[in-house]
Design a protein around this ligand. Structure first.
Ligand SMILES: Nc1ncnc2c1ncn2[C@@H]1O[C@H](COP(=O)(O)OP(=O)(O)OP(=O)(O)O)[C@@H](O)[C@H]1O
Length: 261
């Protein structure tokens, strides 16, 4: 369970960009965070894995307060947080298998990692996951030979190799065409169910949030102003979240066919 309490983030001496946020995510559920540009969605995700240092408040993952951890304990806790990125963050010149195995860094010895002598069980697990997402035949292919959707599948498998307790996805479909984008969202939803893994997705595409996630959290100016099932995201809620922001912010950008109501 992820339990965020009274989270504040201020960059430098400016106004807080996260203002006393409370958010709890239990069990296997797919939660999307929506909101206009600058609402604080990425900052929230980055506070959870401590890429950004929270100013105050607590972030508990299965009972451990992540905000208090340092050094070895922080590294151990981070292993339990899988991250999927908009730009995939793969190492292009490495193969798919090598990229996927980088999710095991921190679990295996430095020597094994440098010599790429991965433990048998890690190779077996990688193949299982790659089969599951349809990229096993690319195991020995360089990452830069793959399409965007395939690269994101590599990113997902790499995150799952960490045996995470939660998966965070920062605009995971923003670089993909609409069809591929839907496939990746469907995959994240299905994997959440199969692996009983909570997934938190920062997403601009409201239609995809409605279709593929169980719960929508709407942010505005650093606060959560909507937190409910997708069906409850009515025009009034949309207006509260997006009032005054450009149309593209409310839907999926220029490629999005049907604007959110
Ligand atoms: N490293 C930083 N230093 C200073 N201010 C920052 C930094 N990162 C983000 N901000 C500011 O914090 C606010 C929230 O930004 P954040 O990126 O979290 O919003 P967002 O909702 O994810 O936006 P987008 O959808 O455009 O990615 C913005 O005003 C932004 O300018």
């Amino acid at each position: 369970m992820l339990k965020i309490t009274d989270l504040v983030k201020r960059y430098g001496s400016g106004d807080p960009v996260l203002k006393n946020l409370d958010l709890t995510i239990e069990g296997e559920s797919v939660v999307s965070i929506i909101g206009s540009s600058g609402a604080g969605k990425s900052t929230l995700l980055r506070c959870i894995n401590r890429l950004v240092e929270p100013t105050s408040g607590t972030i508990e993952l299965n009972g451990t307060d992540l905000t208090r951890l340092r050094g070895k304990n922080l590294r151990a806790a981070r292993r339990k947080i899988g991250m999927v990125f908009q730009g995939f963050n793969l190492v292009d010149r490495l193969t798919v298998m090598e990229n996927v195995q980088s999710g095991r860094l921190g679990y295996i010895s430095t020597w094994s990692a440098i010599t790429r002598r991965y433990p048998k069980q890690d190779i077996r697990r990688a193949y299982e996951l790659m089969e599951r997402v349809g990229i096993a035949h690319y195991a020995d292919t360089r990452a830069d030979q793959l399409s965007g959707g395939e690269r994101q599948r590599v990113g997902v498998v790499r995150a799952l190799m960490q045996e995470p307790d939660i998966l965070l996805a920062d605009e995971p479909t923003a670089s993909l065409d609409p069809k591929t984008s839907e496939q990746i969202m469907g995959l994240l939803r299905d994997l959440s169910r199969e692996l009983k893994l909570p997934v938190l997705i920062n997403i601009h595409n409201v239609n995809e949030a409605k279709e593929y996630t169980d719960r929508i959290v709407g942010m505005r100016y650093g606060r959560i102003i909507f937190d409910d099932k997708p069906a409850m995201l009515d025009p009034a809620a949309m207006e509260a979240i997006y009032a005054g922001s450009p149309h593209a912010d409310r839907s999926g950008g220029p490629d999005d066919k049907a604007a959110a109501s």
